[in-house]
Each structure stands twice: as C-alpha cells, then as structure tokens.
Design a binder for this molecule. Structure first.
Ligand code: MN
Length: 441
C-alpha cells in the first residue's frame, strides 16, 4: 500500500470516529471558492477548506464537494467546468481510495449530492457558508463536536503528511540558501524576496504565508510586511521568515544573519545553540508550556552571559525581563495551515486550555505527542515599544542599556525549525533539509 492509500485509510478511520462522537451519519465537505473583492471582479488567491484539502493532497478543485459517510465509502463530487477563460482543474488522482463523480454544472453537482444526503438522517456540512452546497438542508453546519475531534486529531501527522512536510521544508530551504547569498551580495529586501521565490520555485500566492524579509531594524518587527526596494547604506542584520508548500502542507522556517562578526553575531550563535539544546530535550509527554517557559530561562542565561543584563539569569527570568526581548510564543502546530488548528484544545471533545497569564501569545498549550509536527522558534528582539516600557520599570535597572541600545539597529533574531515528535525523541526536519542542501553543493 502506498503512503497516500494509508493516509486515506487513516482519514476514514478518524472521520468515522469523529462522525460517531458527533452523532452524525454523513458530512459534506466543501472545497470552497474564491469570492471577488467588494465591487470588483478580481479575487484573492483561492485557498481550499483544509478539511477538504487533507483528502485531496494538494489537488485544487474549487466548488467541489466531498461526501464522507461514517464507516462507508467516500465520494468526490468534482466540479470540472468547461471554460476558455481559465484552465479547468485536472481530475485528481486519488488512488481509487475515493470515488470521483464529475459534473460540469454546479446545479447538477449539488442535486446529485442532495439526492445522496437525503438517504441519511443525521447530516452536516463542513465549510464556508455561501459556498456551493451550503444551502442544502443539512441537520448541522460546522458542528463543533465534529470539528473539535478533527482538529484535535490533525495534530498527529500521517506518514504521507510527514513526507509532504519534508518536501515543503526542502523547497523552503532552497529559497533560504539563495536568500542569504543575495543578502551577502548586497541585495535589497525586495531583491532578496525575489531570489527566494525564484530559488524555491514558488509564486507569492503559492507561499504558505507572506515571507518576512527584514534588514536591520525591520528584523525587530515581528510580522514586518514590506519589501524595501532600497538597500540600506549600512547593513547590520538580516532576518528571513519564509516557507514552502508541497501538496497543501506547509514548512515555516526562519533564519537570522549578521553582516559583521560582532556582538549581534555572538547573540545569534548563542540563541542558535540554545534553540538546538532545547529541541534536544523534547520528548512525547512533555508540556509545550513548560518548553516555552524553559526557553525564557535559556534566553535569560544568554542575556546574562553576553552582558545585556547586569543581574543573574534567574533574576532576569523572575523579573520578566525576558518577556520584553521574547514577546511571542516558542511555536505552534504546523501542517495544512502554517498555524495549524487545535493548539489550545483540551480534548477531542473540545474545551480550551488557555495559555498561562505570563505567556498570552503561546499558540500551543497541549501535551507533546508522537506524530506531532510543530515549530520551535525562539527570538531575541530589540523592539523600541517594549524596551520603552521596560526602561523606567524596576526591572529596567538591571538592563545594560548601553549594550542594548548599541543593538537596536539590528532589529532582532529569530531561529525557527520544524520538528517531528518520534517514538524516541525528535527529528528536526529543518536542520536535515539545510544539511542536505549544503551536502548537495
Ligand atoms: Mn512560525
């Protein structure tokens, strides 16, 4: 059996279990469609409903509907319109695991789905409302009991999904290698962005998320969104947070580089070492919240060792000085979505496990389990807004402001890898891809 056949078999098991626990016989999953902008005939890029995409392995079939029967067969109602304005979607190759019925009109397709759905008592629609099929008489629309079970389960990747994420990471790393070469050659943010797209063979709309390409102080804007056409006269630092996508699955990778061998370069090396060290500690059963908290202690150690604070690491941690330098969570689940769903779910039935009071930005509060893929992305930033608040506080007395001020123009550092939790520890998909890229040259 191929990995994809196994993947579909696993999805059928998961959906049958989720439908049973939600008291449902059948669900219709809508691919979705791209709606034009207000008063316009132009539309944003199409992105499928992730619940649909998981069965289709990246095949794009807007408007199509997938019918999932509990403990029964799965049918794709495939909308393949005849069109000379656009290239119609190709019939997806679903490996016989999913039956495909093709329709050239949406009305004929929804009529066929309605006729089949009528045979069942307890039915649900999963998708954006006001997409084709959503107006059929379903018992429920996006029932939370069904979605919670599916979202909870999605954290655990199938071998097919892991293979896709490995490939997505290789795609991203090809871009990263070209991007740092462009930085070293003096390119602007805009030029680095283009080098990334070209080397990773991606278009802007096929990226899993908009790349962050930041020189100097821009590296301190967590989601910096511009691509400056001018190259700065003085080059201090370069942060790139840019991903890859393969068959619907995302990779999310960040690297930071120093222009010179200076205090900032030493800070990058220190954070890189601590990031690897904390990844080494990850085991199934650990709490992700504890991992995040341990990273704050590591960052407190770096600040103390490199003389950015005058107090001990323990005091920097206790006084929350690290919160100003590392204001985001250490990572998130990743998969069909860059920030994959279910990070706060308490159980497959639902309920929320909120982040602790100190770390409200933490996107993942679940226990670490085998088969999960998540990011580990610590950062140390020099963010004017946060440091302005720290400076006059009691804790601010323990900050070595002249050292910190000297680094303000470097913006900040983030180092982000995607890791897979295995039976015996952790596999770093990102470091593997970088090692593969450097041994290939
Ligand atoms: Mn990320």
């Amino acid at each position: 059996m191929s990995a994809f056949t196994d993947h579909i078999a696993e999805l059928r098991r998961r959906w049958s279990g989720a439908l049973a626990s939600a008291g449902l016989d059948v669900a219709v999953v809508a691919a979705g469609t791209s709606r034009p902008y207000f008063l316009d005939d132009q539309s944003p890029p199409y992105r499928p409903n992730p619940h649909f995409a998981q069965w289709l392995a990246g095949a794009e079939c807007p408007n199509s509907l997938l019918l999932v029967r509990r403990n029964g067969p799965v049918t794709l109602y495939f909308h393949q319109v005849e069109d000379y304005w656009h290239l119609p979607p190709a019939t997806p190759d679903l490996d016989d695991a999913v039956a495909v019925e093709t329709f050239d009109s949406i009305d004929a397709m929804t009529t066929a789905v309605a006729r089949e759905v009528e045979r069942f008592n307890r039915t649900a629609f999963v998708g954006e409302v006001e997409t084709p099929g959503s107006n059929l008489p379903f018992g429920e629309v996006n029932p939370p009991l069904l979605l919670n079970a599916l979202h909870y389960g999605r954290a655990r990747k199938t071998p097919f999904e892991i293979a896709c994420m490995r490939r997505a990471t290789e795609i991203a790393v090809a871009g990263h290698v070209a991007a740092v070469a462009a930085f070293r050659a003096g390119a602007s943010e805009f030029e680095i962005h283009q080098a990334y797209l070209s080397a990773s063979q991606q278009t802007e709309s096929s990226l899993p998320y908009s790349s962050i390409v930041a020189l100097n102080e821009h590296a301190g804007v967590l989601h910096y969104q511009h691509y400056d056409r001018n190259s700065p006269a003085v080059r201090k630092s370069f942060l790139i947070d840019a991903g890859g996508r393969y068959r619907g699955y995302a990779a999310d990778v960040t690297r930071t580089y120093a222009a010179q061998s200076d205090a900032f370069a030493a800070l990058i090396d220190a954070l890189d070492a601590e990031q690897l060290a904390i990844i080494d500690t990850i085991r199934a059963g650990m709490s992700y919240v504890d991992l995040h908290d341990a990273m704050h202690r590591s960052i407190a150690g770096i600040l103390s060792n490199l003389g950015l604070v005058t107090c001990s690491a323990e005091a920097a941690y206790q006084q929350r000085i690290t919160d100003a330098f590392f204001p985001h969570g250490i990572g998130h689940l990743i998969g069909l979505q860059t920030h994959d769903v279910g990070g706060h779910l308490a159980s497959p039935e639902g309920g929320t496990r909120a982040p602790p009071e100190r770390y409200p930005a933490l996107r993942l509060t679940r226990a670490i389990e085998t088969g999960q893929v998540f990011t580990v992305e610590p950062g140390i930033y020099f963010i004017p807004m946060l440091l302005r608040q720290l400076r006059p506080s009691a804790a601010g007395n323990d900050v070595a402001w002249s050292e910190v001020d000297a680094l303000m123009g470097h913006g900040g550092i983030r180092i982000e890898d995607n890791v897979l939790i295995t039976e015996d520890g952790v596999e770093n998909l990102t470091r593997e891809a970088f090692a593969g890229a450097s041994s290939a040259t």
